[in-house]
Unconditional design. Structure first.
Length: 357
């Protein structure tokens, strides 16, 4: 046995196979340096252009090209070495599988890099950006690439794709029943990305459920909402298909509506107070004068006579809105006090009558 190996080794050296292997490895080394230099040169040139795709392609191709050069060289060298001692026909399948994986890696990286650069460009230029849509499209394309590469690998190693697809058609019903909730959440996430009732960063609430907070992430299975107490609330996407969602972040204005009660003793002063409050609201800078601005006597209540104010602020941010509302209520209180009236609180008057004799 040892003599046979020695004879094969001598034949190997005699036929120049070792030189062939060294030439392959040397060529891979030269091609690796040349490819790195060329890609670097192209990247520097691409940075001077306004196109995103060329930057993404060159950035994504940098490592896969290097890996492809060495993979091809090593597998060819392995075929030369093993061909002398055993059947190396299976190396062709390994080569095809490796090319599939490297190509899939390149496409996967290309989608990720293009998505990131497009979002960075939009932020830098101040453009309106729907990041959730970018992420949803990128994830869908990446998932499709993974599936295609997997099918290519199976076909390379002789596994029938037609048989797998036929089995998946029959087994899909079983899987559908077993993973009904998971599929419901997946399609719920799909509808969220298509209908866009809210996006990352929006403050939402549901009158149907105890859900209120800021959307931090919209996934395919669940959505992360950060509540006012900073708790993380994970909502299955399927739930959003059956509940009402209110999105205050998309309000154009915020309404200030407040009912103010005066004592019945101040009923005679009501008209003057309401007129002055109306004039004050119509002159306030923080109030949108293109929307209805109202101060009206409203009702005779049990312990008070009421008037209301209604106006709109152009800001929708809670901190600014509450500051404007506070200033308006302080001003209304000063107007009431200036007229010698008082804001009412619940009271009850008891009349007592004495009987004569």
């Amino acid at each position: 046995m040892i003599e046979q190996w020695l004879e094969s080794g001598a034949a190997f050296l005699g036929q120049g196979r070792l030189l062939h292997v060294l030439l392959l490895l040397g060529g891979a080394l030269v091609a690796s340096f040349a490819g790195r230099w060329l890609l670097g040169l192209l990247q520097r040139g691409a940075q001077r252009t306004s196109y995103i795709m060329d930057d993404a392609v060159l950035l994504s191709a940098s490592k896969p090209v290097q890996i492809l050069i060495w993979f091809v060289a090593l597998t060819l060298a392995g075929g030369v070495l093993l061909g002398e001692f055993a059947d190396a026909s299976w190396m062709e399948e390994v080569q095809r599988a490796g090319v599939f994986l490297i190509l899939g890696w390149f496409l996967f990286s290309l989608i990720r890099n293009y998505s990131e650069q497009a979002r960075q460009r939009a932020r830098a230029e101040g453009e309106e950006l729907d990041e959730d849509l970018y992420l949803a499209v990128a994830r869908t394309l990446q998932a499709a690439i993974v599936v295609l590469v997997g099918m290519g690998l199976l076909q390379t190693f002789g596994v029938s794709i037609v048989g797998i697809l036929t089995f998946s058609g029959v087994g899909g019903l079983v899987v559908g029943f077993a993973a009904k909730d998971m599929l419901g959440n997946f399609f719920g996430g799909l509808m969220l990305h298509m209908d866009r009732p809210f996006k990352t960063g929006d403050w939402i609430r549901s009158p149907d459920r105890s859900i209120e907070g800021t959307v931090e992430r919209i996934g395919w299975r669940q959505t992360l909402i950060r509540t006012h107490s900073r708790n993380a609330l994970y909502i299955p996407n399927g739930m959003f298909l059956t509940i009402v969602i209110e999105n205050p972040s998309r309000m154009s204005h915020r309404m200030i509506k407040q009912v103010i009660g005066l004592r019945y003793d101040d009923l005679g002063k009501m008209k003057a107070i309401v007129e002055e409050v109306q004039a004050f609201l119509e002159g306030a800078e923080d109030i949108d004068q293109e929307r209805p601005v109202l101060a009206r006597f409203d009702a005779f209540n049990d312990s008070s006579v009421d008037f209301f104010i209604q106006c709109y602020t152009p800001t929708v941010y809670r901190a600014e809105y509450t500051k404007i509302k506070q200033d308006i209520l302080f001003a209304v209180a000063e107007i009431v006090e200036r007229h010698g009236a008082e804001i009412a609180f619940p009271t009850r008057t008891l009349y007592m009558q004495s009987e004569s004799g």
